[in-house]
Design a protein around this ligand. Structure first.
Ligand SMILES: C[S@@+](CC[C@H](N)C(=O)[O-])C[C@H]1O[C@@H](n2cnc3c(N)ncnc32)[C@H](O)[C@@H]1O
Length: 248
């Protein structure tokens, strides 16, 4: 099985629990994220926005709530079922589509903003992906990427992840080893599996010709996450999260 099929299969299975226990207060998290998005994209309304690797639609739905025309694309059909259900519950219109982040089914210069959160680490060809995202952004439009260092291989972090997995097993009633059972055989083919630094992203953005590149270290987000994530997530990840922005 090729690497992307395996990634898709994992997220199909993970879709059942992805929205469970993510934040202590979903409303507080949504308000917090909206403030981050507004800071980066301004107050303009009705922008044409693409959320790549949309998952259950967290960002896509926030953009729709902020009054934008949103498309979300994902390789996992089961994640998309969840995103469509979330849109239905919130009475929001988003065009959720099945597709590959590294080979997008859109014309050049289609979107004002192309966005992704927590996607790059699980792609086999990050350079092709960033090139593709840049291709579909309009001239003068923005590419925004949020990611971090997730699977820190340091021994103390592995120990923390092990402790967290036991808590997840008990409190969320899901198999925490499912992630490693899927990713163990493919992680060597994912260049950023262990983590992405702002410099990695600045290099990728520069290589595809983006301008006015900036990095926001999301200090406030880290403080928010520390306070609002359930215990196992706090123990498992001390993600160094950042937002990188480039203009075409
Ligand atoms: C960690 S989740 C993040 C979901 C969402 N962006 C969020 O912030 O909650 C990663 C998502 O990327 C999707 N994904 C992985 N590889 C992909 C690819 N090649 N093309 C499109 N989506 C992909 C997965 O199916 C999954 O929904």
């Amino acid at each position: 099985m090729d690497v992307k099929s395996k990634v898709g299969l994992y997220w199909d299975r993970r879709s059942k629990t992805y929205d469970r226990n993510v934040y202590k207060s979903q409303n507080a998290a949504e308000d917090f994220w909206k403030s981050i998005l507004k800071t980066e994209i301004g107050t303009e309304q009705n922008l044409n926005i693409l959320d790549v690797g949309t998952g259950t639609g967290f960002l896509a739905l926030l953009f729709a709530e902020l009054g934008h025309k949103v498309t979300g694309i994902d390789i996992s059909k089961s994640m998309l079922e969840k995103s469509r259900f979330n849109a239905y519950k919130q009475k929001l219109a988003v065009n959720f589509m099945h597709g590959d982040a590294e080979n997008l089914p859109f014309d050049d210069d289609s979107f004002d903003i192309v966005m992704n959160r927590y996607l790059l680490w699980t792609l086999p060809d990050p350079k092709t992906a960033v090139n593709e995202w840049s291709r579909v952004v309009k001239s003068g439009g923005k590419l925004i990427l949020i990611d971090g260092r997730w699977h820190d291989p340091a021994i103390y972090m592995r120990l923390r992840r092990f402790i967290a997995s036991i808590i997840v097993l008990i409190t969320e009633n899901r198999n925490p080893r499912m992630f490693s059972s899927y990713y163990a055989t493919i992680k060597a083919q994912l260049p950023f599996f262990n983590g992405i630094t702002p410099n990695d992203v600045v290099d990728l953005f520069t290589e595809v010709g983006l301008k006015k590149i900036s990095v926001n270290n999301l200090e406030k987000l880290r403080a928010f996450e520390t306070k609002n994530r359930p215990l196992p997530y706090k123990i498992a990840n001390k993600p160094y999260l950042f937002l990188a922005l480039g203009e075409k």
